[in-house]
Design a protein around this ligand. Structure first.
Ligand code: F6R
Length: 607
């Protein structure tokens, strides 16, 4: 989603701003722009389309030593040049870039229009430019503080004044900003990825804080002027610059990283000899675990699917009632938050507004909520204050792959801990632990020989509609497979519980419709066979993901993709991978922009 970068230092700002925008491209955007303070005035370029276009347009631009830049993902107003950021005040002396949403936009806009302000865009952000101008009497910080006090909503803000070529003002409320402290330069960004090439020393701004940034550092205060203390933190190694490492796309690279990323999610956490596990950040003793009466996993998209998978395992192995909730639904429906429930907020980015909103709702109602987060130091991780990092490493492709398997793995580790405080014996615990530590090798084995993905992609690429089916643990996998195909190949499809398919979606099947059936060995396998026959009887062509060695099932399908045999509760970690590869191959055939699919954003920081 939107990205902010600002630079002030002893080097030309423009190349650094463009490079920062490139580092944030993976987040998804539809337009980009930059503003510099140069020779006592503002120099602004912005347009729709890729950062590459902007880079060409600003080539040979001024060598100014400070500037702000932005990638926009449209919320208020269409994808147009006037709507791209930066936005300026009427006199073109103040430039603003903004992430977030102004909720009281209409009222503020009407007031400003009544004052005679003429708006040049449809965005909410432009309000900031005019509002700051209205309160500006010569002090940049005071003007920003006075303006934000009128705004209801979320913002990460960088503001530049033509009159003040030595400072940039930043303000945050609900939308992340991090300040990188370099040597003779300071860089502000909404994403540490845009900073790490220059410095690892950072300050994470907190809500309601305003920073005055100069080439020598940052002065941070609360909006009301009171002082705050900030430790300088060091960016984790996980922020090392993301490269494709010989793969054609980040998505393919990330799919292939899954044996290592799952290994990292397990490392130091499984005690095979004790038949148990330990998650340091969880802050739960065996007594606390024993007191958990139910588990609720909350997330969006792929992270929600990880929650669905984990909930099945928690009920299955620990016999504790568990369910998954879609964060955007949960947070707005006045949910019941039982004091004896353990809540998990699952998020790759740790910035998803809906998941963060759900976390805040749980906390407000006195609930116990833990983060299951990939990005270290992200807002959800900080807000929860306790939980589990999944350590999948930076996920750059918009479509989530390795984060899913890492999230599921981390939650399965929790499941083992929870189950051992209940009905899982020492020997059973050891078996579960062995199955978990065996997963990375099985993933490696599968990826070394992924089966007939090309043939399956051939069948799917020309389809008008595709159905993904699975039962039990394979149902969330079917949902995830369908989500991937929609996201990057834009093919109409849906995931369904295989047994429920005959209650409606079976009507969608016609001669040649591809049906992707996920049916590894386990308690649901035989039932899946009946569903397979039902769809074939309607002319569907079945692409079957099954356990290696299951020859009976293999011979029933048009295309069969074997994955190494595993225990049922870890099977999603294997069966999801051919579906990730399949959507990748289909998108490749259709010439889609795989790492940056249309309309999508990596980190969805708006409701
Ligand atoms: C799927 C995808 C999205 C995210 C969702 C939640 O490929 O990328 O569905 O899973 O937006 O994002 P996080 O996990 O960052 O909270």
């Amino acid at each position: 989603m939107c990205g902010i970068i600002a630079y002030i230092g002893d080097q030309p700002a423009l190349p650094r701003l463009v490079e920062g925008l490139r580092r944030m491209e993976y987040r998804g955007y539809d337009s980009a722009g930059v503003a510099l303070v140069y020779e006592d005035s503002l120099w602004v370029r912005k347009d729709v389309g890729r950062v590459d276009n902007l880079a060409r347009a600003v080539e040979g631009g001024p060598g100014a030593l400070m500037g702000i830049a932005h990638t926009r993902w449209a919320t208020h107003g269409g994808i147009t040049q006037p709507n791209a950021h930066p936005h300026l005040d009427g006199e073109q002396r103040i430039a603003v870039v903004h992430n977030g949403i102004i909720e009281n936009m209409n009222a503020l806009k009407a007031q400003l229009q009544a004052d005679g302000v003429v708006f040049r865009s449809e965005t909410d952000t432009e309000i900031f430019a005019h509002l700051i101008r209205k309160h500006y009497t010569g002090d940049p910080r005071e003007a920003v503080c006075a303006a934000v006090k009128h705004v209801r909503g979320t913002y990460g803000l960088a503001v530049m004044f033509a009159d003040h070529p030595n400072v940039i003002v930043a303000a945050r409320n609900g939308s992340p900003l991090v300040i990188g402290l370099g040597d003779g330069e300071t860089i502000l960004a909404s994403d540490p990825q845009a900073i790490v090439a220059h410095t690892r020393r950072v300050i994470y701004l907190r809500d309601r804080e305003v920073a005055v940034i100069s080439r020598d550092g940052a002065n941070v205060q609360l909006v009301d002027g009171s002082s705050v203390g900030h430790e300088i933190e060091l960016l984790d190694n996980e922020y090392d610059l993301a490269e494709k490492g010989g793969f054609a796309h980040f998505m393919l690279k990330e799919i292939h990283e899954q044996s290592e990323s799952i290994e990292r999610a397990l490392r130091g956490r499984i005690q095979v000899d004790d038949g148990n596990a330990k998650l340091g950040g969880l802050e739960m003793s065996p007594r606390d675990l024993r007191a958990v009466a139910r588990v609720v996993c909350i997330g969006c998209g792929t992270s929600y699917h990880a929650g669905l998978t984990a909930a099945l395992a928690i009920e299955d192995l620990a016999r504790v009632p568990a369910r998954a909730e879609i964060a955007s639904e949960f947070r707005h429906r006045h949910p019941i938050v039982p004091p004896d429930a353990a809540f998990f907020a699952i998020s790759q980015s740790g910035e998803t507004a809906d998941t963060l909103g759900a976390v805040q709702e749980v906390m407000l109602k006195g609930g116990d909520v833990h983060g299951v987060v990939n990005v270290v130091g992200s807002t959800i991780a900080r807000t929860c204050g306790k939980g589990v990092y999944v350590y999948s490493g930076p996920e750059i492709a918009v479509a989530s792959t390795k984060a899913f398997t890492s999230q599921v793995t981390a939650l399965l580790v929790f499941t083992l801990m929870l189950a051992r405080t209940r009905n899982l014996s020492f020997e059973q615990g050891q078996r579960v632990a062995r199955h978990l530590v065996g997963v990375p090798d099985k993933v490696r084995e599968y990826l070394a020989d992924p089966g007939p993905i090309s043939a399956a992609a051939e069948l799917v690429a020309n389809a008008r509609y595709v159905q993904f089916l699975g039962r039990g643990y394979s149902y969330p996998v079917a949902l995830e497979g369908a989500l991937k195909l929609k996201e990057i190949a834009y093919i109409p499809c849906e995931g369904y519980p295989a047994g429920e398919m005959k209650h409606g979606p079976i009507a969608m099947l016609e001669e040649g419709t591809p049906v992707i059936m996920v049916a590894p060995r386990g308690s649901q396998r035989d039932k899946a066979i009946s569903n397979l026959r039902e769809v074939q009887a309607r002319g569907a062509k079945v692409i079957l993901v099954h356990s290696a060695g299951d020859d009976e099932l293999r011979d029933m399908a048009e295309i069969s993709i074997p994955v190494p045999q595993t225990a049922e509760f870890v099977s999603p970690l294997l069966t999801v991978i051919p579906l990730q590869l399949l959507s990748y191959e289909v998108a490749l055939r259709l010439g889609r922009d795989i790492d940056k699919p249309r309309n999508l954003a990596k980190s969805v920081t708006v409701e």
